[in-house]
Design a protein. Structure first.
Length: 196
């Protein structure tokens, strides 16, 4: 099995309320991470993770916005325990992120939306390969079914077709008939697409 060299959070957006903030700190403690929490004068919180040698390895700044703590930005680290804790935090607190898991011969890019992995892409010297993509088929069908605008569009197109048919029946000019037929052709195609 390939060994991960580093984890890079390219884009991160994690928003927690005050109660979730304490759960997040507990999550870091459960993973046996060594860290300090600094409260800044403006109300922002910094979580400073330390390496085993005691030197600082990473600082995450949670900005205080409208009573919530917001982590945005990017960071890179090599600690596997920190990587696991961050993965669980993004998942548990429904965060959005683009995460690169960097290995010697390739990089796996994970895209998180609302805490769930929606896409995994492998990048290597050979190119890019899609590993996984979430398809919300049931959700899409449900949204389509609930969206009554398609039925309304069908009714409008049918009314337009009826209007153009009335014009065609009243028309005597051949050039005008060709224009009406072209419009009827376009509308019938649109109706076919909407009904499909």
């Amino acid at each position: 099995m390939a060994q991960r060299l580093a984890t890079e959070y390219v884009k991160t957006c994690l928003i927690v309320n005050e109660a979730q903030w304490y759960q997040l700190i507990q999550l870091f403690q459960v993973h046996n991470l060594t860290f300090k929490v600094k409260v800044l004068e403006n109300g922002d919180h910094e979580v400073v993770f330390e390496q085993a040698s005691g030197t600082e390895s990473l600082t995450l700044t949670f900005q205080r916005k409208l009573g919530k703590f917001v982590l945005e930005g990017s960071c890179r680290f090599t600690d596997l325990q920190l990587a696991n804790a961050m993965r669980k935090a993004v998942s548990q607190f429904k965060g959005d992120a683009v995460v690169n898991r960097i290995y010697e011969a390739y990089t796996l890019e994970y895209q998180y939306r609302n805490g769930a992995v929606v896409r995994i892409t492998e990048r290597s010297a050979r190119g890019e390969r899609l590993v996984y993509e979430h398809k919300d088929t049931l959700g899409e069908l449900s949204r389509t079914f609930m969206n009554g605008s398609v039925e309304a569009q069908i009714q409008v197109v049918r009314l337009e077709i009826n209007d153009w048919l009335d014009r065609r029946n009243a028309c005597k000019d051949a050039a005008e008939l060709r224009g009406i037929d072209a419009e009827l052709n376009r509308l019938s195609h649109r109706l076919f697409v909407l009904e499909a």
